[in-house]
Design a protein around this ligand. Structure first.
Ligand code: NI
Length: 177
């Protein structure tokens, strides 16, 4: 089932999401719906607050280079109650967008190499060391669980440039309510 995506201006995107106490059927269904919604919107990551649920869960796919050099998307991964550790001081800078802030993008500097401890949909804890672009996606989605958006991490100049469009998105959302 496709879920409506919460758009910038909705206060839920600014809330700190709650840890999940229990992994049940309902959550399983929610993760499936999130995956369908992410794929339909051509996203590579989606956090629960973006579909209106203030819980600590996100999903993502990663890019993977194939033997023939083409790029494919990996199997989706679910992260529940993630905990992130930055493993060294390397940084990376790249352009980011967000399904909750349609049509805009901005440059964000993020750590390059991280460790994530999380729980999967079967309730099993896992630990993964992640670098590069996938680390960026994990950090972006994890920010959503803390009410942080990538526009909070772009340069002041860039933010100034985006501000009129951000206001327009906010206004559009307010009118829809
Ligand atoms: Ni996002």
């Amino acid at each position: 089932m496709l879920l409506p995506i919460v758009i910038f201006g909705d206060p839920i995107l600014r809330k700190k999401a709650l840890p999940l106490e229990e992994i049940n059927e309902e959550l399983f269904k929610l993760a499936q719906d999130m995956l369908e919604t992410m794929d339909a919107n051509r996203g590579i990551g989606l956090a629960a607050p973006q579909i209106g649920r203030s819980i600590r869960m996100f999903i993502l796919r990663n890019y993977q280079e194939q033997e023939d050099g083409s790029i494919a998307l990996t199997e989706p991964q679910v992260f529940i109650n993630p905990k992130i550790t930055i493993l060294d001081d390397r940084l990376q800078e790249d352009s980011e967008g967000c399904l909750s802030i349609p049509h805009l993008s901005g440059n964000v500097v993020r750590p390059y190499y991280i460790r994530v401890e999380a729980v999967d949909l079967s309730g099993s804890p896992f630990t993964e060391e992640i670098e590069g672009y996938k680390a960026r996606v994990v950090l972006h989605e994890n920010d959503h669980l803390n009410g942080v958006l990538y526009i909070d991490r772009i340069s002041t100049d860039e933010r100034k440039k985006l501000e009129p469009e951000l206001r327009a998105i906010k206004k559009k959302y307010a009118e829809k309510k």
